[in-house]
Write a protein that binds this ligand. Structure first.
Ligand SMILES: [Zn+2]
Ligand SMILES: [Zn+2]
Length: 182
């Protein structure tokens, strides 16, 4: 039965905007082709999605999980050999996809399943994005944090967020840090 004062029968609770966009980011993440880590980003302006991106090999290049990126296929420890990695990051792909279609990212927000690295933070600043909302925290954040703060870009973690149940454990491939899926 519908709850008190909820109007028409069968009407269900709608998610908050933050949850809605982060849920979509987690679905976008399932398209990632990086064998190392799966991450996605959704760029939002005036509560509308203007671009999405997931990490992986650049357009027209063999996918990372098909051997396209020697670094990702190697045993290089997490965070090392990044200059030899051909995989584009999710934020990078979301921003460049907006550029590809001629859409301004000025004053937008970006929802990311993992907090941004320093390179992406620089790109976010120069793309005119004003806010970063993230789910999981990447290990290297202090320099990124202060860069974004100095540039006036708001950074906030979506506290208490639970991933959508349609994104199963194992679909993420991002280290399994989150065990919240039922
Ligand atoms: Zn990769
Ligand atoms: Zn990055």
């Amino acid at each position: 039965m519908s709850g008190a004062g909820s109007g028409a029968p069968g009407r269900r609770a709608r998610p908050e905007w933050d949850v809605y966009f982060m849920d979509i980011a987690h679905v976008v993440k399932t398209r990632s082709n990086c064998s190392r880590r799966n991450v996605a980003a959704v760029i939002v302006k005036d509560r509308r999605i203007i671009s999405t991106g997931y990490n992986g090999a650049p357009r027209g290049v063999r996918n990372c999980d098909e051997g396209g990126c020697p670094r990702c296929a190697s045993s290089a420890p997490s965070g090392s050999g990044l200059m030899d990695c051909i995989c584009s990051h999710a934020e990078e792909n979301a921003i460049t996809q907006a550029a590809y279609h001629g859409i301004s990212t000025k004053d937008a927000s970006i929802y990311v399943t993992l907090s941004p690295c320093l390179m992406c933070a620089k790109m976010i600043v120069n793309a005119g994005i004003r806010e970063v909302v993230y789910d999981e925290e990447y290990s290297v954040t202090e320099q990124t944090r202060s860069l974004l703060a100095e540039a006036g870009v708001r950074l906030r973690r979506l506290v208490g967020y639970r991933r959508p149940h349609l994104v199963r454990d194992g679909d993420g491939g991002d280290g399994g840090a989150c065990g919240c899926n039922g």
